[in-house]
Design a protein around this ligand. Structure first.
Ligand SMILES: [Zn+2]
Length: 411
């Protein structure tokens, strides 16, 4: 049998424990742990070699090699008056005997944390990995599992025995259990919890995250309660685009993700929020890829704005109607003066799809702008001293001031 010949070839060179021998043949069989596989191979080799020895064949050297790592063979040789000392496993040096014990150190660290998924990550001594790689290369093993994989899997399996209702998730675990086999220390990392929702902003004095000028509060402040609900240490908000602090966000609202760092809870109801300034409606839990998509989407979204505009001079209805010429135009904008950036003259090109307007008094009109996300709408209206072109101010040939700005919808 090829398997036994190969196994014999290996143990002639390297003494291996049950786990390390079995792991080299990990893809053979089904539902077996590596140590079971390794032990079975050793048992079969033992039967074969003892049988051959009794038939008078010269297999003593093979019996000596096997006896170093297999007690029954060692006892057989003792019965013949040959004593063989037990050898440490060439690959793991005995490390794999009871890696399950580390699970015991992890369990107290998980107390009080309400989570659903976890994964195990271990730091394995470099020389163990190197020796394994040496054996694998020398015998051209293609059916094995890596030592690191086995350790992670076994500690995970042991943890599952004590954690009811939890499962291993390698892609997006709530918890990462770290076991350092060099120092023998275990630790637990609590991954951030991401909560998706939509907000409306009814105030012109609320900014996204930073307080400045006459801003009285921030969206970030208002969402502190979510961090508290999930027992997090910190929270960060990820918003799909942004509106100015003095612009309201109305209509169907803007998507937002609250990232709660190091929470102690990964499940449960997410309460909505409402005061005179902000309405936050949670949608559910989300993941990092969604956050990325959300931010990316802000660049291609179509937005509808409403602005209340004051003109320096009275305008006739005919004059105002010139605004229509800007529908479907491409707008070129250099970074607005009000925004301080490292590269102050970065160029931005955005589309204005549709415009609608309504005169309120000779100097005041209401303007609706349907445009590509990322357009600096205030600058599109007042022209920003020629840094945005074409602009409403340019087409009407008057100085304009934006009195109010609202985002009506994000499509
Ligand atoms: Zn071993």
């Amino acid at each position: 049998m090829e398997l036994l010949d190969r196994a014999l070839e290996i143990i002639r060179t390297y003494p291996l424990c049950d786990s390390c021998l079995g792991r080299l043949f990990a893809q053979m069989g089904y539902g077996l742990e590596n140590f079971e596989r390794g032990r079975a191979i050793k048992t079969l080799l033992h039967m074969k070699l003892v049988d051959e020895y009794r038939k008078g064949r010269d297999v003593l050297n093979d019996l000596l090699a096997l006896a170093k790592i297999h007690k029954p063979t060692s006892r057989f040789l003792t019965s013949l008056g040959i004593n063989v000392d037990e050898a440490a496993c060439y690959i793991c040096g005995g490390l794999l005997k009871d890696v399950e014990k580390y699970a015991k150190d992890v369990l107290p660290l998980l107390e009080g944390v309400e989570f659903r998924t976890f994964e195990v990550g271990t730091t394995v001594p470099k020389d163990v990995v190197e020796r394994e790689s040496e054996v694998v290369k020398r015998f051209l093993i293609t059916s094995g599992e890596s030592v690191k994989h086995e350790i992670n899997r076994r500690i995970g399996k042991e943890l599952l025995k004590h954690l009811t209702g939890k499962r291993v998730d390698k892609l997006r675990p709530n918890i990462v259990v770290r076991v350092d086999l060099i120092t023998g220390k275990a630790s637990v990392e609590r991954n951030p919890l991401l909560i998706e929702g939509v907000y409306l902003k009814l105030s012109r004095r609320v900014s996204q995250a930073k307080k400045f000028g006459d801003v009285k509060s921030t969206l970030w402040d208002k969402l502190v309660y979510i961090r508290e609900v999930f027992g997090g240490k910190e929270h960060v908000i990820h918003v799909s685009g942004r509106e100015d602090s003095d612009a309201r966000m109305l209509g169907t609202g803007r998507p937002l993700v609250v990232e709660v760092k190091q929470p102690i809870k990964y499940d449960g109801a997410i309460p909505p929020f409402r005061d005179g300034d902000i309405i936050f409606t949670p949608i559910g839990f989300t993941n990092r890829e969604e956050v990325r998509r959300l931010k990316e989407k802000a660049k291609t979204d179509i937005k509808l704005y409403r602005a209340l505009v004051l003109s320096e001079r009275p305008l006739t209805v005919e004059e105002l109607n010139k605004i229509g010429e800007l529908s479907g135009k491409t707008i070129i904008q250099y970074t607005p003066r009000r925004i301080k950036r490292i590269s102050p003259r970065k160029k931005r090109v955005r589309m204005v799809y549709e415009l609608a307007w309504r005169q309120i008094s000779p100097r005041v009109f209401e303007l609706y702008v349907r445009c590509q996300g990322g357009l600096y709408v205030k600058e599109f209206i007042h022209g920003d001293g020629g840094r945005t072109t074409p602009s409403v101010s340019e087409i009407l040939n008057t100085h304009l001031e934006v009195l109010e700005l609202d985002v009506l919808s994000v499509e």
